[in-house]
Design a protein around this ligand. Structure first.
Ligand code: MTE
Ligand code: CO
Length: 426
């Protein structure tokens, strides 16, 4: 992995070197927390507060619980100029507000081509036909009586970071990287249903179609369908949310989000891809020489530092926690490196929590900040040995014509006052 050329416009004088960071971590271990240094008597701990004085609300006040009102800023957000209508649009997961690896259902980004379909589960049907021995129509209750399993997978839209192909644009990891979520799905394997219908020997491809007004459809190679594709009816322990395809969606582990057809109503079995709109004019990657990469299904290894980031700047000197997420559509994340000086020196981050195949993985660097300017980057390495590339390296191969599959290394510039900005180096 080559390091990047320094950007002359940015001042590198105050940067923290490798030795400085390691020293900082040791110095921290023997030190008391900043809070206990406080000299003034603090009424918030010395005096009885209202919460201790009055009874709180009883049970059943909230039959389906909601987050604390003090967390009302933690919401999905859209970028108003990005799309012409809210029905064919996207909003973004607030990655800088989340912990661990699971995305809460109500904060999973939404991408709809024709709004959220409203489907009564009792009226929902899934048809399997084409090159099968026995065309079948399933009800939700048929599907729920089949052997089920639960798996955690990330879903990333192929257009995630798409607005950043030509340069740093959006100020916040919610907007640069928030078209990703990580959910525990419960459902049945697609193989179970295909076995029931019986595949004809010439079967090679499937076409998945949604019951929404866009009739979203994509071709899926049969080997992938038989390997690990699920049809999910639940997420994070509850029924799928309407936004995520209630009552039934396809789960295509490690592959671009567009294939994860929501409100799934039809699967046709054929012997070649269908060349749908979403795999010809859209979701193909236009290269510099005018040719297009097609059927680029797999999401390559990627990572982002979520804290600090433009929406979550550094506000205190001394002890700080750098946190981020990494993922790979080819397997698991084996290592994440973090740089504080724009890619000159790299430190191995501490991975914490479950490390699962094709799932978000959480990493941390506990560091001491003395107010110097930082250029923070992270790079993921996956179980195939693939290393997340610098943006310059990616552009050399793929040009800047596409909006899809941008997994280049993100840089956050932390100014001495802690304000944090989206920048590029080199
Ligand atoms: N399925 C249907 N039926 N309609 C859609 O608009 N959008 C696709 C995919 N499946 C879409 C769909 C795209 S482009 C993505 S990235 C994911 O769903 C988004 O899933 P989410 O809304 O759960 O985040
Ligand atoms: Co998408």
């Amino acid at each position: 992995m080559s390091t990047m050329a320094p950007d002359r416009k940015l001042d590198r004088r105050g940067f923290l070197g490798a030795a400085g960071l390691a020293g900082a971590a040791t110095a921290l271990s023997g030190r008391a927390l900043a809070a206990s240094d406080k000299r003034e008597p603090d009424p918030l701990i010395l005096e009885t507060q209202d919460s201790s004085r009055y009874l709180g609300e009883g049970v059943d006040k909230r039959p389906y619980g909601k987050p604390s009102p003090y967390e009302s800023h933690v919401v999905r957000r859209d970028v108003s100029w990005l799309t012409a209508s809210a029905e064919s649009s996207v909003n973004f997961t607030p990655l800088h507000e989340l912990e661990g690896i699971i995305t809460p259902s109500g904060l999973c980004f939404e991408r709809h081509h024709a709004g959220i379909a409203d489907i009564k589960p009792a009226d929902h049907r899934l048809m399997i036909h084409g090159l099968v021995e026995k065309p079948l129509v399933f009800t939700m209750s048929d599907i729920k009586r089949m052997p089920r399993s639960s798996r955690v997978y990330f879903l990333e839209c192929a257009a995630n970071s798409g607005m950043e192909w030509r340069g740093a644009q959006l100020n916040g990891c919610q907007f640069t990287h928030g078209m990703v979520h990580n959910v525990m799905y419960t459902g049945v394997t697609l193989k179970t249903l295909l076995d029931e219908a019986g595949l004809k020997p010439s079967a090679k491809w499937l076409m998945l179609e949604g019951a929404d007004a866009s009739g979203m459809n994509r071709s899926l190679p049969l080997d992938k369908a038989l390997k690990d594709v699920m049809l999910a009816f639940a997420m994070n322990g509850e029924a799928l949310r309407p936004e995520q395809g209630y009552p039934l969606r396809a789960v295509i582990p490690g592959w671009e989000g567009n294939l994860w057809v929501k409100w799934l109503r039809r699967i046709e079995v054929g012997d070649r891809p269908w060349q749908t709109r979403e795999e010809t004019s859209k979701y193909t990657d236009l290269l510099a020489d005018g040719r297009s990469r097609r059927f680029t299904y797999v999401m390559d290894a990627k990572s982002v530092v979520t804290n600090p980031s433009p929406q979550a700047p550094l506000r205190q000197k001394g002890r700080n926690v750098l946190s981020g997420i990494a993922w790979s559509g080819r397997g698991s994340v084996t290592r994440v490196d973090v740089s504080f000086d724009g890619g000159r020196n790299w430190h191995t981050a501490r991975i914490d929590g479950p490390v699962l195949d094709k799932s978000l993985t959480r990493f941390y660097v506990d560091f001491d900040w003395n107010g110097q300017e930082l250029m923070i980057q992270s790079r993921a390495i996956d179980s195939t040995g693939y290393v997340q590339p610098a943006k310059a390296e990616l552009r050399k191969v793929r040009g800047v014509n596409s909006i899809y599959h941008n997994n280049g290394i993100q840089t956050w510039l932390v100014r001495p006052n802690g304000d944090t900005e989206n920048v590029e180096i080199g």
